[in-house]
Design a protein around this ligand. Structure first.
Ligand code: A2H
Length: 257
């Protein structure tokens, strides 16, 4: 990271229902009532969105709900991301940031969202240790089929729901979905490489960094879509098409930092 500008796709994860205490805290907030709230996740792999099983936040990270250029829509993300977006034509006016609520990641755990293209109609917001407040939006959408970090974290949560203070039902039926196939890692690249490298937890950071690199490169250069409108096409070809489609239908926005 930090080598140069990064072209992200920000995926709009529509909030269906906040965790109960958070819903209570937001009730009566006139700026929030009647608005559609989106948790906004920055990704480098828009073509993997079919495989979303959940979304990750950092429990101690501070988030805000911000006005956007669309009066009916609010974005939930870090203030740092809101500041960047304010100079990318995504806020009410150039350079303007309007925050309507403050939240901390812990309050978001258990919130349900609608993740664009996901085969699961409703997924949960869950905790991840490694979410950085200083990258993207501080919200990470989880694709455990193709991201070793996401797979290792989801596996931790399934093994130790009490330790991570989550309801086991929020993870139990959410298995990785085969979405991309490669000759080296088959159609579940992240679970395959985690097994091969004996990665047992999100805490295996050095191993995960190597796995992430290997799967990312292999998926990009050798991957073929196994699901969706572009099934059978190379990932390299499908990636910009899926990205543009999500932007066209209003479910994603381009974002740079
Ligand atoms: B990627 P780069 Cl399937 N903290 O999206 C930690 N990680 C973050 C983050 C944050 N604040 N914001 C974004 N990310 C993750 C999908 C994906 C991603 C797949 C495979 C690999 C992969 C689903 N998660 O990233 O440091 C997001 O996860 C491997 C590079 O800017 C985002 O893309 O290069 C990626 O890290 C951005 O990482």
């Amino acid at each position: 990271e930090g080598v140069g500008p990064q072209d992200y796709t920000c995926i709009k994860l529509k909030v269906l229902e906040f965790a109960p205490e958070t819903q209570a805290a937001l009730t009566g907030n006139k700026e929030v009532e009647g608005k559609q709230i989106f948790m906004v996740a920055a990704t480098l792999r828009p073509e993997t969105m079919y495989g979303q099983t959940n979304c990750f936040v950092g429990v101690d990270i501070k988030y805000g709900i911000f006005k956007t250029r669309n009066a009916d829509e609010l974005f939930l993300m870090t203030e740092r991301a809101a500041r960047n977006m304010a100079f990318q034509n995504l806020s009410p006016s150039n350079g303007e940031i309007v925050k309507v609520a403050d939240l901390v990641g812990r309050q978001l755990i258990g919130t349900t969202i609608k993740a664009p293209l996901s085969t699961y109609p409703k997924v949960y917001v869950l905790p991840m240790d490694g979410v950085l407040a200083t990258k993207g939006t501080g919200v990470v959408t989880s694709v455990p089929s193709d991201s070793p970090d996401d797979f290792a974290t989801l596996t931790d949560l399934k093994k130790k729901p009490d330790y991570y203070k989550i309801n086991p039902e929020w993870v139990a039926s959410f298995d990785p979905v085969p979405i991309i196939s490669t000759p080296t890692y088959g159609n579940l690249a992240a679970p395959t490489i985690c097994a091969e490298m004996k990665i047992n937890s999100q805490k295996d950071k050095a191993q995960l960094a190597l796995a992430k690199d290997a799967v990312y490169k292999d998926g990009f250069y050798n991957g073929v879509m196994a699901i969706g409108e572009h099934a059978g096409k190379a990932v390299q070809e499908a990636k910009p098409l899926i990205r543009q489609h999500l932007i066209n239908i209003g479910e994603a926005v381009p974002y740079n930092e």
